[in-house]
Design a protein around this ligand. Structure first.
Ligand code: PLP
Length: 393
């Protein structure tokens, strides 16, 4: 097999889940976000692992991802966080998925599909999203009146949770989050004034959980007779979002997470061949690197079609024989070249680490993100489908 693969430590994922569940307890439960193929880590490997670790809820993007999660985890609750698309209500019901809803047409389509499928009154649980400031998805608090009738007695729909998404839980002053929670509080008042009750308040991703906000979310939930559900994704995979440097003292939950969370993914390739070049030789497309002295180069089986960002050429390094080897020249579609002049004994077949540890050195998804001016979420999700994911203990 072409040596470009991802290794997934399912045990680390299980331990991460248990640690995060402990951070949330006793105030809140967790919904494990495994959308986008478990952040590129493989849904097939990761969904069963978090369920083994005790997750009762999974979160995916779409009905398609939900169908895949249902096949892997027959007992889990599966929340479709980006909602059902037009025409997908019947499939959502068939596969016992729980839709996040905010558009009236979503409620109408689910209502009609549930009646057609003979779903009993109050048996199709949905999570109603409130737009508290992202302007992305969710009902405007002022427009809530328009959706209440969809939950009238006799409707197959049941309002199981009220949900919102915090957009700045990583910011130090917390002003945006408190404003969002205030708007949510107002929406909850309107919902109960309309005679509706939801069991769960579904709020907060990794940043909120790690910053110790489970307590504030749970307090808001309790005030409305609800239970809190938090939705971490990135932290499950052992990566801590970058927090605002203005956070003066790290909350204890964040310090504990730094000491405990373990990376789940390693991305590895191998040396295909080693060659020596004389001073003056050029490397790769457009000769962006010119050797000023004799060098030894190793060709590796990973390129931008695998998700190795082309912008990393001449600007990053990989690990071989436990040492940092600079990427020289442009990253090609399927290959890249590293400088091993200073690293003794490099030979064809040697393991090359793109993300992970080797010897005493480590390269993280955050290192890739910093070098390419993006975020670790994007680094993980663009490791392409042709890179095989395998579970290791
Ligand atoms: C992706 C996502 C999450 C998880 O976010 P992380 O920052 O990865 O923890 C939670 N909620 C919603 C609605 C999401 O889309």
């Amino acid at each position: 097999m072409r040596p470009c693969r991802v290794e997934i430590r399912t045990r680390a994922l299980e331990e991460n889940f248990r640690f995060l569940a402990g951070l949330a307890a006793p105030h809140a439960e967790l919904l494990a976000i495994v959308k986008a193929n478990a952040y590129g880590h493989s849904l097939a490997l990761c969904a069963p692992a978090v369920v083994r670790a005790g997750a009762k809820w999974l979160g995916v993007t779409s009905v398609e991802e939900g169908v895949a999660a249902r096949a892997l985890c027959p007992e889990a609750r599966v929340l479709v966080v980006s909602g059902v698309a037009r025409g997908q209500a019947a499939a959502a019901i068939d596969f016992a998925l729980t839709p996040v809803v905010w558009e009236r047409w979503q409620l109408d389509e689910l209502d009609a599909a549930a009646r057609a499928a003979g779903v009993a009154a109050g048996s199709l649980a949905v999570h109603l999203e409130i737009d508290t400031g992202m302007s992305r998805q969710g009902v405007e608090p002022g427009e809530l009146g328009g959706v209440f009738s969809r939950f009238a007695p006799g409707s197959p729909l049941r309002l199981e949770a009220v949900m919102t998404h915090l957009f700045a839980a990583d910011e130090a002053d917390g002003a945006a989050t408190s404003e969002q929670l205030q708007r949510l509080d107002g929406a909850l008042e309107r919902i109960s004034a309309a005679g509706l009750f939801a069991e769960w308040l579904n709020v907060g991703a990794s940043a909120a959980l790690l910053a110790g906000q489970a307590h504030a979310i749970a307090e808001l939930a309790e005030r409305h007779g609800m239970k809190a559900l938090l939705r971490p994704g990135l932290a499950l995979f052992g990566v801590i979002p970058e927090f605002d440097p203005a956070f003066e003292a790290e909350p204890p939950s964040l310090a504990a997470a730094r000491a405990t969370l373990q990376p789940v993914l390693a991305w590895k390739s191998a040396v295909m061949g080693v060659r020596s070049i004389p001073a003056g030789a050029t490397i790769g497309y457009n000769a962006t690197f010119v050797a000023t002295e004799p060098m030894r180069l190793a060709l590796i089986a990973a390129g931008y079609a695998d998700g190795l960002d082309r912008a990393l050429g001449n600007r990053f390094h990989l690990l071989v024989r436990g040492q940092r080897a600079p990427l020289v020249g442009r990253v090609s579609m399927d290959q890249a070249v590293i400088d091993v002049t200073e690293i003794a004994g490099v030979a064809a077949g040697d393991e090359v680490v793109l993300i992970g540890a080797q010897g005493g050195e480590t390269i993280t998804a955050c290192d890739h993100a910093r070098a390419t001016k993006t975020i670790p979420w994007e680094i993980f999700t663009r490791i392409s489908a042709r890179v095989a994911r395998t579970a290791i203990e």
